[in-house]
Design a binder for this molecule. Structure first.
Ligand code: MD3
Ligand code: FE
Length: 210
């Protein structure tokens, strides 16, 4: 993984490509997302144990999707928790982003789609529900800007923030694969891509070994 566009060093293993998709590519991808979300509607995830609702709504594309509920907690599964149908396929434009930037031969197995209304956020967490951490995680932003925060691999360490815009891509490989990260806020009215506002994040992952 490499990074030629960021003016100052990012943490080891992090790649950042500002404006990797141009506006026409974003519009085309959004159409591909909308047809798939019509088949696999956004659902409201709930925290394990407490059942507290997250403020982000989600769906997935690809063979495996990340879900969570009160009773069974965080996991990957092949079927949508509400419709019981397989997840739609991952749009080619996203497979191409993965091929171009991940440095990983095998394709992503999961594409988590997070939809943030302008008041939504995501607390600091690690992504560790996968059976393998050997592949990077690749993430694309669409719509309004957000304030993304990343820390180290232990809770409570120093963090730094990055404002992400529509079309930006981040990749987290190597040591950064298990870093704490979250989204502190969405900046309303910073993009015209989504007519109702908000932000979409698409996160590509490998889930199983080989
Ligand atoms: C760093 N999503 O879905 S994307 C998530 O904007 C998640 O929706 C946020 O965190 C969002 O789990 C952040 C950036 C991101 C995604 C996955 C990572 C950063 C990561 C995995 C490991 C390290
Ligand atoms: Fe995450």
């Amino acid at each position: 993984m490499h990074n030629e566009t960021f003016p100052e060093p990012l943490p080891e293993g992090v790649g950042y490509w500002r404006g990797h998709l141009d506006l026409s590519e974003q519009v085309a991808l959004l159409a591909d997302i909308r047809t798939r979300v019509a088949q696999a509607p956004l659902f409201t995830p709930r925290m394990p144990g407490t059942g507290k609702e997250m403020s982000v709504r989600m769906t997935n594309f690809g063979p495996l999707g990340w879900v969570t509920d009160k009773e069974n907690g965080y996991r990957y599964q092949a079927l949508h928790p509400v419709t019981g149908k397989p997840w739609p396929d991952i749009p080619d434009a996203l497979l191409n982003v993965w091929k171009g930037l991940s440095g990983h031969d095998a394709p992503p197995q999961a594409c988590l789609v997070n939809f943030y209304a302008d008041g939504a956020k995501m607390g600091l967490h690690q992504d560790r529900d996968e059976q393998t951490f050997g592949a990077p995680v690749v993430s694309l932003s669409l719509g309004n800007d957000c304030l993304f925060r990343m820390g180290g691999t232990k809770r409570g360490g120093k963090t730094r923030s990055l404002r992400l815009a529509s079309g930006d891509v981040l990749a987290f490989g190597g040591d950064s694969r298990l870093m704490y990260h979250g989204v502190d806020r969405i900046y309303a009215d910073t993009s015209t891509l989504l007519k109702q506002g908000g932000r979409i994040n698409l996160t590509l992952r490998r889930v199983t070994e080989a």
